[in-house]
Ligand binder design. Structure first.
Ligand SMILES: NC(=O)c1ccc[n+]([C@@H]2O[C@H](COP(=O)([O-])OP(=O)(O)OC[C@H]3O[C@@H](n4cnc5c(N)ncnc54)[C@H](OP(=O)(O)O)[C@@H]3O)[C@@H](O)[C@H]2O)c1
Length: 253
């Protein structure tokens, strides 16, 4: 299927690792022009070296815990060429049960996972073309399930992100702009690498027993869904949150 992405301009936050780096490489293969915002400079530069020379319209490093860095990334989005897509992937994940969570850490998680998403999306909306597609990345942890180490700030931030995506879908739909959220299950990336170690073997087996497909996802499984949502081929898909979890959530766990 031709995704008709060639020549489109897409901004990606969170391109430097895991799902984001696979997505970036795949979009480059489709001849998309890319604006990469956020992430560590050395990682962004290393990624840029692997892309075709004409792919990049800009790279703007930034630690999204810092307001000044968020502002720099937002300014880059405000000054970007017209955008046909925006993808938000960065996330901070900490094991903070609600009984022990500290406000300062909760706030930091929200700075990265929610406020960056809001600020960047607002800026991207001001540059969005009449067929632009926004994609936000939530998590199964935003939805209650028992195979879960408490992570209250992450879980609530992801629920907020789903709501932000819905707001974009509802408010910008009249301009032809779509917004959707995806809800990954267990995907093997640097974020989850510890869980694939020997120490967590029993937990991992228990978790995978609850996944109908019986395996973790890989970054390509998720990147492919994002590509579809960015493409005009999904032109009537708007305001949804779509699991990509091997069937985990559909069991109503
Ligand atoms: N892997 C899973 O099982 C899973 C499951 C559900 C949802 N998700 C979601 O999928 C998305 C991508 O996750 P992943 O597994 O690909 O994670 P990853 O490999 O750890 O990559 C995370 C990305 O977020 C960026 N990031 C994190 N903190 C940042 C900060 N303070 N400032 C700027 N950038 C920051 C990282 O950039 P730098 O390292 O360059 O700073 C990196 O590009 C996340 O939203 C995650 O919540 C993942």
């Amino acid at each position: 299927m031709d995704l008709a992405l060639a020549g489109r301009t897409i901004a990606i936050a969170g391109s430097t690792a895991g799902i984001g780096s696979v997505l970036t490489t795949s979009l480059d293969r489709e001849h998309v022009h890319l604006l990469l915002v956020g992430g560590r400079p050395e990682r962004l530069n290393a990624l840029a070296q692997t892309l075709s020379p004409e792919a990049l319209t800009g790279i703007v490093p930034g630690d999204l815990r810092r307001e000044s860095d968020r502002n720099r990334c937002t300014a880059a989005l405000l000054g970007s060429p017209e955008l046909d897509g925006f993808v938000f992937l960065p996330a901070e994940l900490r094991p903070d049960a609600i009984s022990e969570a500290r406000s300062s850490e909760f706030r930091e998680t929200f700075d990265v996972n929610v406020f960056s998403a809001f600020e960047f999306a607002q800026a991207a909306l001001s540059r969005a073309s009449s067929s632009a597609s926004f994609v936000f990345v939530s998590s199964i942890d935003a939805h209650r399930h028992p195979h879960h180490t408490p992570s209250a700030s992450y879980d609530s931030s992801k629920r907020a992100l789903e709501s932000i995506s819905e707001s974009v879908a509802v408010e910008a739909g009249f301009r032809g702009i779509r917004s959707n959220c995806i809800v990954p299950g267990l995907i093997r990336t640097p974020m989850t690498e510890d869980f694939f170690g020997h120490e967590f073997e029993a937990d991992r087996r228990r978790f995978l027993d609850a996944v109908p497909l019986g395996r973790p996802g890989n970054p390509e499984d998720v990147a492919d869904l994002i590509m579809f949502l960015l493409s005009p081929v999904s032109g009537y898909v708007n305001g949804t949150s779509i699991p990509v979890d091997g069937g985990f959530l559909c069991q109503g766990l």
